[in-house]
Design a protein around this ligand. Structure first.
Ligand SMILES: O=P(O)(O)OC[C@H]1O[C@H](O[C@H]2O[C@H](CO)[C@@H](O)[C@H](O)[C@H]2O)[C@H](O)[C@@H](O)[C@@H]1O
Length: 281
């Protein structure tokens, strides 16, 4: 684990001392789940359920905060079962899906979801022309109910296709009152307004968190990082963790700790569990 500064190392020690009041917020793709070509089979890392349940004994709550639909991440992560074990350990598991538009938690156990934004069906009708004109007709289009994600990872030139598509997909989104969320070989189109930072604020309010760790890997996590940074400025012990990849470096500059992908995230959480246990005894 590589701290960005001595200050960051001190922040980790503060978080350990405040662990019993801490919420641990985790992105899914690229953080709990290794990146794969086909988004429909991006299962949680094999070790993650056990690591989360072990950590649950020491913290106030765990949360998965993702761009995925909540039902899909519950399935890919086996999070219903993880939630039962987390609950048995005396903690709670929250799932914020679609960048905070959907939610599920171990108290309620139902997915709460708003209606899809009005412009989404018109956007979808115009999308094939935009894909053809950007020479990306074979891009994979993931329909997520509240959003549409255009994936370039499986094209011959993923980055080139991404760059050709971003302006025209953004124009079509704006014409339908929608916003864009660029990510790792993906451009997501969804209603503007909600983001992962709002999920962080909701978690703090509902759990009365006294400390916060957030781990993410992509641009969609920047708002969560900003919300946690606000908490830090108010005096709360916090830690920002970047699950590093060669594809995206934006979060590394903002993080206290940079770790090597999901394996590194799980190692950090194992360390936090051990350190929090030693503080309790
Ligand atoms: O907020 P996240 O949990 O990081 O989810 C963001 C989007 O991730 C997914 O796409 C990414 O993961 C795929 C599977 O590993 C990969 O093929 C793709 O290139 C990545 O961008 C997902 O498909 C989206 O729906 C999520 O919103």
């Amino acid at each position: 684990m590589e701290f960005s500064s001595p200050e960051a190392q001190r922040r980790y020690a503060e978080l350990v001392r405040a662990a019993s009041r801490a919420v641990v917020g985790l992105d899914f793709d690229g953080t709990l789940s290794p990146i794969v070509d086909d988004p429909s089979v991006a299962h949680i890392h094999d070790d993650a359920p056990g690591v989360l349940v072990d950590l649950a004994v020491h913290v106030r709550a765990l949360a998965v905060v993702t761009g995925r639909p909540a039902r899909q991440v519950l399935a890919l992560g086996g999070l219903d079962e993880v939630g039962e074990l987390v609950h048995d350990a005396g903690s709670d598991l929250f799932v914020f899906g679609q960048y905070g538009n959907e939610r599920w938690d171990t108290q309620d156990r139902r997915v709460r979801s708003p209606r899809p934004p009005h412009g989404l069906s018109t956007f979808l009708l115009g999308l094939p022309r935009v894909l053809r004109e950007a020479d990306a007709a074979d891009a994979y289009v993931e329909e997520k109910g509240l959003a549409i994600a255009v994936h370039t990872r499986r094209l011959a030139d993923p980055q080139g296709a991404f760059e050709r598509l971003l302006p025209s997909v953004s124009d079509l989104a704006a014409a339908n009152d929608l916003g864009v969320e660029p990510g790792r070989s993906v451009i997501e189109v969804r209603a503007p307004g909600m983001h992962k930072g709002e999920a962080v604020r909701t978690l703090v309010r509902e759990t009365r968190a006294g400390a916060f760790l957030f781990a993410g890997d992509d641009l969609g996590d920047v708002e969560a990082f900003k919300a946690v940074d606000d908490l830090r400025r108010q005096g709360m012990p916090t830690l920002l963790v970047c699950s590093a990849s060669e594809e995206q470096s934006a979060l590394a500059e903002l993080a206290d700790v940079v770790v090597a992908g999901p394996e590194g995230v799980l190692d950090l959480l194992r360390g936090l569990t051990a350190d929090a246990a030693s503080v309790r005894t």
